[in-house]
Design a protein around this ligand. Structure first.
Ligand code: ADP
Ligand code: ZN
Length: 769
C-alpha cells in the first residue's frame, strides 16, 4: 500500500482555534506519549490529489478503519467534508498540530484492504486522482445508502383489492403500481417498474393500499435447471489449465481463442462450476449486459442465483446486490466493466468474455481498463483469469506469443457446423444500383436466405439516414455550428443531428452558402438502409437496432426476443448486432460497408475493422441450414478485410504485429495521450505546445533513460472542435509504461493550468478522435 503521504503545507498551516480546542479536549495520547498519535490518511474525492492526515480523537479510536468514510474539516474555513480513510497508523506528530477527524460515516468498511490497495494502484497506473478511483469503485447507491437508514420496502396491503375486477375504484396508475409490486420494492423501484409517479405511491401508502415490509436480503434464487454437456476435446483441453491453476492456488491467465460458436461460454460455465465447488465466487465480465441477454440467462439457468449488475439497476437494487456479494451470499456475478470491482470476499475466478471489446476501457476518469484491473485482482488472489474472444486484442495476442499468458484454441464450431463462406463484393466495380447500399450480390444473398426461410443480419456501422448533406453546386456541407462535424441526416423531419454534441438542426433544402436548391445526401446510415431494404423486400419484416431505436429500457431485449421468435426476418443495425448472439436461423450476414471505420486516424482502425467483420460474420450459419456472408468493400485487398473474409484472424495478427512494432505502438510500447480543450483556438494550441515542450524537455534532460521515447504532436485532434471547444492533442509513447508515466509526472509537476483550458491525460487510450 502506498505509504501515507504528508499532508499539504496549507493543511498544516490552517490550524486555528477550533482545531486546538479539539486537541485540548482529547489529550489521551499525550499522557502516553507527548509526540505520537493515531493518524488517519483521508482521500477526498475529486479535490485534493494526495491523502490528507488527520488525528483520530480518542472517542473515535475504535471506529476509524481503512475503507470507511470519515468527515473531516477541510481548508481555512474547516468545511466539513467526507473523505475515504485509506490508512491508519500511530505516528509521531509533526511540529504543528494536525486537524482532527470529526466523525465516522460508516459502520463497516466499504472497501477491503485489498480493494483499497487496488484503488491506489489504479490511480498510479492511469494517472488519475485516488478519490476519482474510489468513487468509480463504489457505486453511487452504495455510497448513498451505506450506513444510513434503509429505504423502506413496499408491498400491496393485504386488504388492497387483488384482482382487476375488484379494482374498479382505483385509478389506472394505482392498478399499475399494485400489479408491479410482486416483490418488496423501494418507492423509487416501484415507480420505475410501474411507470407511476412517486406522488401516486406516497398517496397509496397514506391510504393504506401499500404497506412497508421487511427488506429482502437478496432476491430469491431460482432453481438451476440446466445440466452441463460433456465437453469436446478442445474444450476439455482449454478447461484443464484453468482448473489446474485453481487447484494449485496460483495465478494464471488463460486466453480462450475460439471462433464464434466454438463453445467458449460452455468452458466459462464449467470453470465457474469448479470455482463454486471450492466454495469461492466468480465474476464474469461481458461487454454490455443489454446486448448479451443470452449469456446472462445461460448463467442463470445453470447456477440459479446470479447477481447480474446491469446499467438499468436502480441505486437501491445495486446496493442490495453489492451487499449480497460482499456477504458472500452470491456465488456468481455477471456484469459489464465496473463489475470487476464486485466486492467478493472469496474470489476464485474472473472471466472476461469478448475481451477485445473497447467498452472494457472507461472513457472518463478514471480511464482504467477492466482487463488490467482483472489481472491485478487475480494475481493478488492467486487465482486464474480467463479471457475469451474470437478476435483477441493484439495486446492479448502478443502476451500469449511471448509465453506470459497461455493460449487455448478452440478452432472449430461445436456440433460440426462450418464457418460460413464469405463473398467479397468490390464496390469499385460499380456502386450499388440503388441508394442505400445493396449490391446485386447482397440483394441476391438476402433473397436466397429469405426463400429458405432463414433470417438476415445487415451490419452498417453508421446510424442515421445519411452521414452528410452537401450542396452539389458549391460543395458546402452542412456542419454543426459548434463542432467540427458533418451533421447526420435523420428522417422523418429532415433533422440534422450532430453525433458529437447531439444538437438538432432543421436541414433546409437550400444551401446556406450559395443559395442553390437541392442538396445531395451522401453516406447512407442504418435508417436509410432500413428504408431501402423494406422497399426492396416488401414481404419481409424488417427491424433496426442502433442507438437511435434502442433508447428505451428493455428495447434491446424486446427486439432480440422478436428476432429469436422469428417475428423479424431482417435485422439492420450498427455494431450492436455483432455481439454474442446465437441465432441458428441466421443464414445471411451482410456487411454493407466494411470500410466505414478502416480509415479513421487511429492506429487500431485495422484491428477494429477485422474484429467487427469477423464477429458479425460469425453470426451466420449456426444452424443446420448453413449460412453465407457478403462483405461489401472498396478495399478488398486490405489485410484486415482479407483475413476476415477467410476467417483467419491469425493472418491479420501476423500482418499487423510487425507494423505496430516498427512504429512502437502497443503492444510493443505504451501511449499516453493528452487532449487539450479551450474556447480559444490559440489557448488550446499554446497549452498543447507548452505541454509538448515540457515533455520533450524531460526526455532530453538526461534524468531518466528515455531511449525510444518520443512525443508526437501537438496537432489538432481529428475532431477539431466539439461543443464549441477547440481540441488539440499530443501523445508520448515509448517502450516502458512506467517510465512514460514518470516522465509525464515530472513534466506536469507544479504546472499552473490557465483557466481558459481544460485537459485530460489518457494512459493507454483506445479512443483517438
Ligand atoms: P461461444 O461462446 O464460443 O460462441 P457457446 O459456448 O455459446 O460458444 O457454444 C455454442 C453452442 O454450442 C451453444 O448453443 C452451446 O449450448 C453449444 N455447446 C457448447 N459446448 C457444447 C458441448 N460440449 N456439447 C454440446 N453443445 C455444446
Ligand atoms: Zn455538435
Amino acid at each position: 500500500m502506498r505509504a501515507p503521504e504528508p499532508c499539504r503545507a496549507s493543511e498544516h498551516m490552517s490550524q486555528h482555534t477550533p482545531q486546538q480546542q479539539l486537541f485540548e479536549k482529547s489529550p489521551v495520547w499525550e499522557e502516553d506519549d507527548q509526540h505520537s498519535a493515531v493518524v488517519a490518511s483521508v482521500v477526498l474525492a475529486g479535490r485534493v490529489d494526495r491523502p490528507l492526515d488527520y488525528v483520530v480523537p480518542e472517542k473515535l479510536a475504535g471506529q476509524v478503519e481503512p475503507g470507511k468514510r470519515l468527515r473531516v474539516p477541510l481548508g481555512r474555513r474547516n468545511q466539513p467534508t467526507v473523505g475515504y480513510c485509506v490508512a491508519v497508523a500511530t505516528r509521531d506528530l509533526p511540529g504543528t498540530g494536525l486537524k482532527s477527524v470529526l466523525s465516522v460515516e460508516d459502520e463497516r468498511p466499504l472497501l477491503s484492504p485489498t480493494m483499497l490497495e487496488l484503488t491506489s494502484w489504479m490511480s498510479e497506473r492511469w494517472m488519475c486522482r485516488h478519490g476519482e478511483v474510489l468513487e468509480a469503485v463504489l457505486p453511487a447507491g452504495v455510497r448513498e445508502a451505506a450506513g444510513r437508514r434503509q429505504q423502506p420496502h413496499l408491498m400491496p396491503a393485504p386488504e388492497a383489492p387483488a384482482s382487476d375486477e375488484a379494482r374498479p375504484r382505483l385509478t389506472p396508475s394505482q392498478v399499475k403500481v399494485l400489479t408491479a409490486a410482486t416483490e418488496p420494492l423501494t418507492a423509487s423501484e416501484l415507480a420505475d417498474r410501474s411507470g407511476a409517479s412517486r406522488a401516486v405511491i406516497t398517496r397509496m401508502l397514506n391510504r393504506g393500499l401499500l404497506v412497508e415490509v421487511e427488506a429482502p436480503s437478496a432476491p430469491t434464487a431460482k432453481a438451476a435447471d440446466d445440466t452441463p454437456p460433456p465437453l469436446s476435446n478442445a474444450q476439455a483441453a482449454a478447461l484443464a489449465p484453468i482448473c489446474e491453476a485453481m487447484r494449485e492456488g496460483r495465478h494464471e491467465t488463460v486466453v480462450l481463442f475460439g471462433v464464434t460458436g466454438s463453445g467458449k461460454t460452455e468452458v466459462y460455465l464449467q470453470a465457474v462450476e469448479e470455482t463454486l465447488r471450492y466454495g469461492k465466487q466468480a465474476i464474469v465480465l461481458v461487454p454490455e449486459i443489454s446486448l448479451t441477454p443470452q449469456t446472462c440467462s445461460r448463467f442463470r439457468r445453470r447456477f440459479g442465483r446470479v447477481a447480474v449488475l446491469h446499467s438499468h439497476l436502480t441505486p437501491a437494487e445495486r446496493h442490495r446486490e453489492w451487499r449480497a456479494i460482499a456477504a458472500g451470499e452470491v456465488g456468481v456475478v455477471v456484469g459489464a466493466r465496473s463489475a470487476v470491482f464486485a466486492p467478493t470476499p472469496r474470489l476464485g475466478l474472473l472471466v472476461i468474455d469478448e475481451e477485445h471489446e473497447t467498452s472494457f476501457k472507461q472513457g472518463t476518469a478514471p480511464r482504467y481498463h477492466a482487463r488490467d484491473v482483472a489481472e491485478w485482482r487475480c494475481r493478488r488472489e492467486s487465482i486464474p483469469l480467463v479471457l475469451g474472444s474470437a478476435t483477441p486484442a493484439l495486446e492479448t495476442f502478443q502476451k500469449c506469443l511471448t509465453g506470459e499468458w497461455r493460449m487455448a484454441e478452440l478452432p472449430e464450431r461445436v456440433g460440426g457446423t462450418h464457418l460460413p463462406g464469405v463473398l467479397t463484393v468490390d464496390l469499385r466495380d460499380g456502386p450499388p444500383r440503388r441508394a442505400g447500399g445493396l449490391s446485386s450480390r447482397l440483394e441476391a444473398g438476402i433473397r436466397w436466405a429469405l426463400n429458405a426461410e432463414g433470417q438476415v443480419i445487415l451490419l452498417l456501422n453508421r446510424r442515421g439516414f445519411a452521414t452528410h448533406v452537401q450542396c452539389h453546386a458549391c460543395g458546402h456541407s452542412v456542419t454543426c455550428p459548434q463542432c467540427d462535424l458533418s451533421l447526420t441526416l435523420h428522417q422523418p423531419g429532415s433533422r440534422g443531428i450532430c453525433h458529437g454534441c447531439g444538437r438538432v438542426i432543421k436541414v433546409r433544402p437550400t444551401c446556406s452558402e450559395c443559395g442553390t436548391t437541392g442538396l445531395s445526401i451522401r453516406g447512407s446510415g442504418t435508417q436509410r438502409l432500413e428504408d431501402n431494404v423494406a422497399r426492396t423486400f416488401p414481404e419481409a419484416r424488417v427491424a433496426r437496432m442502433d442507438a437511435d431505436t434502442m433508447r428505451r429500457r428493455g428495447s434491446h431485449e424486446a427486439t432480440l426476443d422478436a428476432f429469436r421468435r422469428g417475428d423479424i426476418d431482417i435485422l439492420v443495425g450498427t455494431q450492436m448486432i455483432a455481439k454474442g448472439l446465437d441465432f441458428p436461423s441466421v443464414m445471411l450476414v451482410g456487411v454493407v460497408y466494411a470500410d466505414a471505420a478502416l480509415h479513421l486516424p487511429d492506429f487500431r482502425a485495422a484491428e477494429r475493422t477485422c474484429q467487427l467483420i469477423t464477429q458479425v460474420a460469425g453470426r451466420s450459419g449456426r444452424g443446420p441450414k448453413g449460412g453465407r456472408v457478403v462483405v461489401q468493400t472498396a478495399t478488398p485487398d486490405h489485410p484486415a478485410i482479407r483475413a476476415a473474409a477467410v476467417h483467419d484472424y491469425n493472418a491479420f495478427v501476423r500482418h499487423e504485429l510487425p507494423i505496430r512494432e516498427a512504429l512502437g505502438y502497443p503492444p510493443f510500447g505504451q501511449v499516453v495521450r493528452f487532449v487539450v480543450r479551450s474556447r480559444s483556438e490559440t489557448a488550446a494550441r499554446e497549452w498543447a505546445e507548452h505541454l509538448a515542450g515540457r515533455l520533450r524537455q524531460q526526455i532530453t534532460s538526461g534524468e531518466t533513460n528515455s531511449t525510444g521515447v518520443r512525443v508526437l504532436g501537438p496537432a489538432p485532434a481529428p475532431i477539431e472542435r466539439l461543443r464549441d471547444a477547440w481540441r488539440w492533442h499530443l501523445q508520448i509513447q515509448g517502450p516502458d509504461g512506467g517510465l512514460l508515466r514518470e516522465l509525464v509526472r515530472r513534466a506536469i509537476d507544479g504546472l499552473r493550468v490557465p483557466d481558459s483550458v481544460a485537459w485530460i491525460v489518457d494512459v493507454d487510450p483506445v479512443e483517438m478522435l
